[in-house]
Design a protein around this ligand. Structure first.
Ligand SMILES: Nc1ncnc2c1ncn2[C@@H]1O[C@H](COP(=O)(O)OP(=O)(O)OP(=O)(O)O)[C@@H](O)[C@H]1O
Length: 281
């Protein structure tokens, strides 16, 4: 499988640039009543500003547990962080208090999940939910937060934002709901966006539009994006680098073009052969 290097936008970055977010030797267990799941084992990942790192692997390989660790969102218990560091802005996020992490969530590092229905409040107007993020993180007045939320809805391509502002999540299509989630994530201008299967629940045409939107916004705001997905075609189209996870470990990582053209690990090779859509990517 080969990909056209000419058509991909790989913005060069200074070789000595520090990663914005760095996960070093992270290990995470889930201690259940009768067993222990070693969900993440000695995982190291790094992402720079303006770069997309894809984390791929089959279901249960530890992608989400790794991503959720960044913002301390794995349920504790049963989750126990057994080793490693997550470095952001000179801090080890694993050592921060809940209050300190709360300040980083949404403002510096934001997440988008697969299913907006579980992340959005069904009883609150969508616009108010976008504005609420600003209330948490800035000193904006209500009117200013409303204006900024309207601008964010507009930026993510929601038609007629003033009217949509006053709708509830169930009144929107799946694609529009995911756009609201993205607006909610990005309105605080985070430097890192973690997107966990952001398009899996959507039909193929809408998937394309949402991915295009994420790429556009990433370039516009020079964000670092960690994209969790099991879809290698999505990786081929959007990511700069890829880390392949299997059974809690990173088995291979590198430039997407290199890894996909010349996979070094058997597991990566197997993943690539079961993804026919890649041929067209
Ligand atoms: N809250 C939890 N309690 C117990 N076990 C968990 C919990 N969350 C994840 N696990 C287990 O940890 C392992 C890794 O799960 P994780 O959700 O990170 O995988 P994944 O690669 O993201 O899979 P998927 O693509 O299906 O989301 C799995 O064995 C899973 O069952």
């Amino acid at each position: 499988m080969t990909m056209d290097r000419q058509t991909r936008d790989h913005s060069p970055r200074p070789v000595d640039a520090e990663p914005l977010l760095q996960i070093k030797h992270l290990s995470v267990d889930f201690r259940l009543p009768t067993s222990v799941v070693h969900a993440v084992q000695d995982v190291s990942l790094a992402v720079h500003a303006g770069e997309t790192l894809a984390v791929v692997g089959e279901s249960g390989s530890g992608k989400s547990a790794t991503a959720l660790s960044v913002l301390g969102l794995n349920p504790t218990p049963p989750c126990v962080y057994t080793g490693g560091e997550i470095l952001f802005d000179g801090h080890d996020l694993l050592k921060l208090s809940e209050k300190e992490l709360g300040r980083i969530r949404g403002r510096d590092i934001a997440m988008v999940f697969q299913d907006p229905m579980t992340s959005l409040d069904p009883l609150q107007h969508v616009g108010a939910q976008v504005a609420e993020v600003l209330g948490h993180h800035t000193g904006m007045s209500r009117a200013e937060a409303r204006e900024a939320a309207l601008a964010a809805l507009d930026e993510v391509g929601i038609p007629d934002p003033a009217q949509r502002y006053r709708q509830y999540p169930h009144e929107l299509s799946g694609g529009l709901r995911q756009r609201v989630m993205i607006a909610t994530a990005l309105v605080g201008r985070p430097r890192v966006l973690i997107a966990d299967e952001p398009t899996t629940a959507l039909d193929v045409t809408v998937q394309r539009q949402i991915l295009d939107l994420l790429v556009t916004l990433q370039h516009k705001h020079d964000m670092a994006v960690v994209l969790i997905t099991h879809d290698l075609a999505v990786v081929a189209e959007t990511a700069d680098r890829v880390a392949v996870m299997n059974k809690g470990e990173v088995v291979e990582s590198g430039d997407v073009l290199d890894v996909f053209d010349r996979p070094a690990d058997d597991y990566t090779r197997r993943l690539l052969t079961v993804t026919p859509r890649l041929e067209a990517a």
